[in-house]
Design a protein. Structure first.
Length: 605
């Protein structure tokens, strides 16, 4: 949420910042702005409501030589979307950009008598004014005193008017990384903005002050003691963060799923069995727990729903799925005997992070399934299971969901082995079926154009319903989220048997119902539920296994998945649901990769 970039060095800072903001735009795209020191040491600011492209246009005629500056792309929290509320904010000698929320900004306004001096409606400007109040020529002292005043989350990037070639950074919770290479020093919300320059970086530690200079970066704690940050390396290159000929990141990422699955699964196989020794995940955490609590948000939580439906019947201990934003406020039943599995693509989602911290406080061991290396959730977990999906740029999560599922399948299989629920031969069969899901995903991708006809029906609809039972219901939840977030069609997922308890009242002539019926055990029951909506005029888009017996009168369109086993249909079904959402959004002419009101990484509560 909000993208931050800062640069000082020999390159053209304006160019570095605008390019960086384009890379970070998926973090928030309400407005964007930059601040630069010109070669004559003047402060230059440009900020605009709208996408980074609007800022770029506004900067097209800017004739300025600058080697030091900061930039921001905003996802509004306090104050509407307009030029004034866009960052950077100036207060006296301070120029500041911020990602996060200053929770006590009302108190600060009173305490520092700021009511008449504020020009924007933002909490960020309040922080800038407090910082300016404390700034008497010593940036470290001013930052120290300001951070003592502030409660909330923040990643601050600061320039002081009389220090023309340095950038100061400090953070609490909200993420920020930094890197130095021969052309200068960079700071950014995430590595996508710095990957064109270097693949070596460090995560800025919380409550430490980082100073970017042209010739290096220094880190000190709040007492002024030097700190040596831990260097990390990005394992993907700049090409991975480009569209590579696809019209949208989402479509590219959907197509990357077979590779992402392979990258996540195969390094964890040893002689055809799951083995997590390279991850440092001991069997004892899987064998000694008496319950599992999965905690996540959005798509990651829906991956957890599939995980529960898969794992609980196999290992026969309670597995719960918890919405992270609710978890911390509902006195969760978590203790030393609980294994908490936290799932997060970004590793920065604040609700998920808060749930993780609470779980650890309750004595639980936390195993996180995370895509972004070195992210806060990864660093704060007891054990990390990294998914190897590469960068996911589209706001709608696709390949991250796929590898989160694969991770849960691997963890479920290993847990079943170590708890004596799977023999070696059961586990081998399970893994070989998991591997067979990859060609099944590929075959849906190869036949994707057939889905456009179904999308053209959805594109005309105001509402859509996704129904399924058992695992199919878990898949439907994600299908419905995908459709609503990028096509703005009201979509709901229901356990098919539940429709007749109320929701069926909403079915009218031609209401689209996407019916997922891939579970043999309850196939007949699901078909009965489909007939009930069909009888009331629904337009049924049916998804079954290839070998299912389907009578013509229950659907208007029918798609199949080439997987014979109930437990593994999710992989190709997910691709069908993703593509339906993708084509629908595209047909409606919407911004597929950056849907309205959303941001990729939700770092505010
Ligand atoms: O980075 P995370 O996996 O923690 O993000 C969780 C959700 O915010 C995310 O999955 C969100 O629901 C996506 N926009 C869904 O496509």
């Amino acid at each position: 949420m909000c993208g931050i970039i800062g640069y000082t060095g020999h390159l053209d800072a304006l160019h570095v910042l605008l390019n960086g903001l384009e890379q970070l735009e998926y973090r928030g795209y309400d407005s964007a702005g930059i601040a630069l020191f010109s070669s004559g040491n003047d402060r230059f600011i440009m900020k605009k409501a709208g996408p980074v492209a609007t800022l770029k246009d506004a900067c097209a005629d800017v004739d300025i030589i600058s080697h030091c500056g900061i930039g921001h792309t905003r996802w509004a929290t306090h104050g509407g979307v307009n030029d004034t509320n866009a960052h950077p904010h100036i207060a006296g000698k301070v120029t500041l950009i911020h990602n996060g929320i200053i929770e006590n900004y009302h108190n600060l306004i009173e305490r520092f008598g700021l009511r008449d001096s504020l020009v924007s409606e933002t909490d960020t400007e309040v922080a800038a004014r407090v910082l300016d109040y404390y700034y008497k020529g010593d940036p470290y002292e001013a930052i120290r005193r300001t951070t003592r005043e502030i409660t909330g989350s923040y990643a601050f990037c600061i320039m002081f008017e009389d220090i023309h070639d340095q950038i100061f950074c400090v953070r609490n919770v909200s993420p920020m990384v930094a890197a130095h290479m021969k052309d200068g020093s960079f700071v950014a919300s995430d590595v996508t903005a710095i990957i064109p320059y270097t693949n070596r970086y460090f995560v800025i530690p919380e409550y430490q002050i980082v100073t970017l200079r042209q010739d290096g970066i220094s880190v000190q704690d709040l007492n002024g003691n030097p700190v040596e940050p831990e260097m990390l390396e990005v394992s993907w290159n700049v090409e991975a963060a480009k569209k590579n000929g696809y019209p949208h990141y989402m479509l590219k990422e959907i197509h990357e799923q077979p590779d992402a699955l392979r990258n996540t699964i195969t390094p964890r196989l040893n002689d055809g069995l799951p083995d997590f020794s390279e991850d440092g995940i001991p069997d004892r955490i899987l064998s000694s727990c008496d319950k599992i609590a999965i905690v996540a948000c959005g798509t990651a939580m829906y991956a957890g729903m599939v995980g529960k439906a898969l794992i609980e019947p196999i290992i026969k201990i309670p597995v719960s799925v918890n919405i992270a934003s609710e978890f911390r406020y509902e006195n969760p039943l978590v203790d030393e005997k609980t294994l908490v599995i936290v799932i997060s693509q970004s590793g920065e989602t604040i609700d998920t992070l808060a749930a993780l911290r609470l779980s650890r406080k309750c004595g639980a061991r936390v195993l996180s399934i995370v895509n972004v290396k070195g992210s806060t959730i990864a660093r704060e977990s007891n054990y990390v299971f990294y998914t190897h999906a590469g960068p996911e740029i589209a706001v709608a999560s696709t390949k991250a969901y796929m590898v989160q599922l694969a991770s849960l399948y691997l963890i479920g299989c290993r847990t079943a082995m170590v708890r004596g629920k799977f023999s070696e031969s059961d586990a081998r069969t399970f893994i070989s079926r998991l591997m067979d899901s990859i060609p099944a995903v590929q075959s849906v991708l190869a036949d994707k154009d057939r889905l456009k006809a179904a999308a053209s029906v959805l594109a005309k609809a105001q509402d859509a319903f996704f129904v399924g039972r058992g695992l199919d219901y878990a898949f439907s939840l994600e299908g419905s989220l995908k459709l609503k977030e990028i096509s703005y069609i009201h979509a709901e997922a229901y356990a098919a048997g539940e429709l007749k308890h109320g929701t069926i009242a909403l079915i009218e002539e031609n209401t689209p119902v996407i019916a997922v019926a891939t579970q043999d055990k309850i196939y007949g029951k699901t078909v009965s539920n489909i007939k009930e909506v069909k009888a009331r005029g629904a337009f049924v888009i049916l998804i079954t296994k290839e070998n299912a017996e389907v009578s013509e009168d229950i659907s208007d369109m029918h798609f199949t998945v080439p997987v014979p086993y109930d437990q593994f249909t999710v992989f190709p079904v997910a691709v069908i649901l993703q593509l339906l959402a993708y084509y629908t959004s595209d047909m409606k002419g919407l911004n597929v990769d950056k849907p309205r009101n959303l941001a990729k990484s939700v770092t505010v509560e």
